[in-house]
Design a binder for this molecule. Structure first.
Ligand code: MF3
Ligand code: CO
Ligand code: CO
Length: 273
């Protein structure tokens, strides 16, 4: 399948889908505290989506070779890199957790975004990992403009992350998104500048780097979904869905509860008026 270029109606539909995904995260935020289980977070998300009139893109999701994904969102705790399945285990002080929400609107458009949450007081290393991964995502996003290439995004992320002594997971990447959950192109979080697909207005894709404190190697758990760091070091991830505009980009998954945008970011001035 080729890369889809969204027209004005598609862009409007994606603004809505992505805002709704971000608002699910906003509604979960006050509840993500020591003692809550990730399964309880999943139930709250199911309720929030029902209240919006959206549905979860993840429940029952079954790419070739995978079992159906069993939950409304992903909750990836500590050494879990991504695709953590909600469980009946309370979060405790010092944990870090990524909550990844993908909704489908009634007219079939997908919005995909994730954030890190620090449970109580976390170690300096954990806080640094979350903060630097957030910066890495935005450094990648800030490369987006017509004429730039996907390799520019990957390179910006990889150079920064590795310069901080952290590592970038290579087996999973960002992705085009629209009327499908995962479309072309693949958005790698590493790469060489000036290489790869050239960006054009109307493209919409996610930027979602996974960053480890230790080595980049990963391992899949027997449940067929959960990905952990091979060395059991902490891993963090943030995700936004981004539109290429004629002059730069617009981050579609912003909402009132999204953390502050880093000071180095200029391009977000191109966001919707
Ligand atoms: N939301 C994830 C992404 O960013 C995909 C999760 S697929 C699931 O692409 F089945 F694990 F939920
Ligand atoms: Co995604
Ligand atoms: Co996601």
């Amino acid at each position: 399948m080729p890369i889809t270029i969204k027209d004005e109606a598609g862009i409007a539909a994606m603004r809505e889908a992505c805002r709704l995904a971000a608002e699910v995260l906003d509604s979960l935020t006050p509840h993500i505290q020591p003692g809550i289980t990730t399964l309880e977070i999943d139930r709250l998300a199911a309720q929030a989506m029902a209240a919006q009139g959206t549905r979860s893109a993840t429940i029952g999701y079954q790419p070739p070779g995978y079992p159906p994904y069993p939950a409304h969102l992903c909750t990836s705790v500590n050494q879990v890199v991504c695709h953590g399945i909600p469980a009946d285990k309370p979060l405790k002080k010092g944990d870090i957790v990524n909550v990844d929400v993908t909704v489908i609107t009634p007219d079939g458009w997908y919005g995909d975004t994730s954030r890190m949450f620090e449970i109580g007081d976390c170690s300096i290393a954990a806080r640094r990992l979350c903060a630097l991964t957030y910066q890495a995502m935005w450094l990648g996003i800030d490369q987006v403009r017509p004429g730039a290439r996907l390799g520019d995004i990957g390179h910006a992320i990889q150079k920064f992350v590795e310069g901080q002594g952290l590592s970038v997971v290579r087996e999973f990447c960002g992705h085009g998104i629209g009327q499908n959950f995962h479309e072309e192109p693949q958005v790698l979080h590493y790469g060489r500048p000036g290489t790869g697909v050239e960006l054009e207005p109307g493209m919409i894709f996610t930027v979602e780097p996974m960053v480890n404190i230790g080595r980049r190697d990963i391992k899949e758990m027997p449940d067929g979904w959960t990905i952990v760091t091979k060395d059991r070091s902490l891993s963090a991830q943030w995700e936004h869905t981004v539109l290429v505009t004629p002059t730069g980009y617009e981050v579609l998954t912003l909402s009132a509860g999204a953390p502050a945008i880093p000071d180095f970011v200029q391009g977000v001035a191109h966001a919707a008026a």
